[in-house]
Design a protein around this ligand. Structure first.
Ligand code: B12
Ligand code: SF4
Ligand code: SF4
Length: 384
């Protein structure tokens, strides 16, 4: 067996690490173990129940998430980091809501840059070069588990990590280190008897306290899911074009977010709404060309949904809004090259005007079996 790496004592005081991290732009900093502890078993059961849907990367990273030394040998402690991104609701001018985390610059970029800048500063302050690894979101670690174990916040019934001082709108990040940092005390606070998020979730994706079935979560169906959105989840999608914030909006701890009181120019540049959010319409998204997708969505977190997914989502929201003015664009979409767009346009037209002649016309020439089924279902609404 290979020798375990030598134990490293902290070359700088833990409180110095904390103050450098705060100075580097993090609202919350905590120290805890590098492994997820008992949270790992919940993750294993969640995967075994298939609740990850088609997010196969979570299964592929299972062992690394349970034991981070499989990813980065020798890691002992986590510097858990969080940024409060609370703010006003984000929506396109004519409707179509966007989860707050995705309304500005892509946090995968700016937050990762901030983590890497912190690492450089800690190295300059004496932490051994190459002894820290980390990032945000796209890392094979259970970020919520590390944040809870480092005292950043408590695990809430919505499965969110909620800070008693900053609320649930937290983007999490971490540096895993070979250092032995003193573990912080658990955060105060709990959900108590509140069940507001379970009651408000439009798709009952929070199946029990602390448990989310991703396959039902709008954040999965509108972002991660490729292909068709299951029909029963389309009407509950309501106005959500990308992601969903309902379980955060109804949470009483949301009031604790200091950042949500920063409005307009007072908000940090990375959290300012993207031009797309300020100027595009749902029809613009429905008609998104490959060129505009490349040119305009690069640098936004919305890109994750793919062009096909964004157009699909726009069709669903247009159908839910029931606005006749969207019919010409939806009718054009019935002839789109992408069968997912055609199918969801058919669904939307069926919601707005099931007697529209374009449905029967499209049915006569459609050669994709799934789209034909969508058209049949839309035509069947004529009797309603
Ligand atoms: C996959 C994923 C998703 C999936 C699945 C979410 C889920 N709840 O499982 C989908 C696409 C649905 C999603 C949605 C969202 N996500 Co997400 N997501 C992730 C990702 C990449 C992995 C999470 C994961 O492994 N899930 C598996 C489940 C089992 O783990 P978990 O959710 O962390 O659950 C923990 C507890 O609930 C507990 N647990 C689970 N079952 C049980 C059962 C019992 C009885 C108990 C006691 C505990 C318990 O153990 C788990 C580990 O600690 C992380 C980034 C990362 N690398 O960690 C971001 C992350 C969790 N997401 C985040 C965000 C912001 C969101 C959204 C708010 C985005 C939005 N507005 O649209 C929603 C919130 C939905 C919700 N209520 O959870 C943040 C969370 C920040 C925070 N304050 O908690 C993260 C950390 C990204 C980041 N870097 O900021 N997400
Ligand atoms: S993000 Fe929306 S759909 Fe997902 S669990 Fe929260 S309220 Fe439910
Ligand atoms: S809404 Fe209530 S139950 Fe849900 S996370 Fe917030 S405090 Fe907890």
């Amino acid at each position: 067996m290979a020798e375990p790496p030598p134990r490293r004592t902290t070359p700088i005081a833990a409180e110095t690490v904390r103050s450098i991290a705060i100075d580097a732009g993090f609202d919350l900093v905590g120290f805890g173990p590098a492994d997820p502890g008992e949270h790992g078993q919940h993750f294993v059961r969640w995967l075994a129940a298939g609740r990850h849907g088609s997010m196969h990367y979570l299964e592929a990273n299972r062992d690394r998430a349970l034991d981070p030394t499989r990813w980065r040998p020798g890691v002992r402690s986590a510097i858990a980091l969080a940024v409060d991104y609370g703010g006003p609701p984000a929506a396109l001018p004519g409707g179509g809501r966007i989860a707050r985390y995705a309304a500005g610059r892509d946090y995968h970029r700016w937050l990762r840059e901030r983590v890497f800048a912190l690492r450089e500063r800690l190295e300059a302050a004496g932490v051994p070069y190459g002894s820290m690894n980390g990032g945000t979101d796209a890392v094979p670690v259970l970020e919520r588990a590390l944040a809870v174990r480092a005292g950043i916040g408590f695990l809430a019934k919505s499965a969110m990590v909620i800070s008693p001082t900053h609320g649930p709108y937290l983007q999490l990040a971490e540096l895993l280190t070979g250092l032995d940092l003193p573990t912080d005390a658990p955060a105060a606070g709990s959900c108590g008897t509140c069940t507001a998020c379970l009651d408000a979730c439009p798709t009952t994706a929070i199946t029990a306290p602390f448990q989310v079935d991703a396959r039902r979560c709008l954040s999965y169906t509108t972002i991660e899911l490729r292909g068709s959105i299951p029909e029963p989840l389309r009407a509950p999608q309501g106005e959500w074009l990308f992601g969903c914030d309902v379980c955060l909006e109804v949470c009483p701890f949301t009031r604790r977010s200091a950042r949500s009181r920063d409005v307009g120019a007072a908000r940090p540049p990375v959290l300012q709404p993207h031009r797309i959010v300020e100027t595009w319409s749902l029809v613009d998204v429905l008609e998104l060309t490959p060129e505009r997708y490349e040119a305009e969505f690069t640098g936004t977190a919305m890109r994750r949904a793919t062009r096909s997914g964004l157009r699909r989502n726009a069709a669903v929201v247009l159908g839910n809004r029931g606005d006749d003015a969207a019919l010409p664009a939806l009718v054009r979409a019935l002839a789109d090259r992408d069968p997912i767009v055609r199918g969801h346009a058919a669904w939307a037209i069926g919601r707005i005007d099931a007697r529209h002649p374009a449905l029967a016309r499209a049915r006569a020439t459609e050669d994709d079996a799934e789209v034909r089924a969508e058209l049949d279902a839309a035509l069947a609404r004529r009797g309603e």
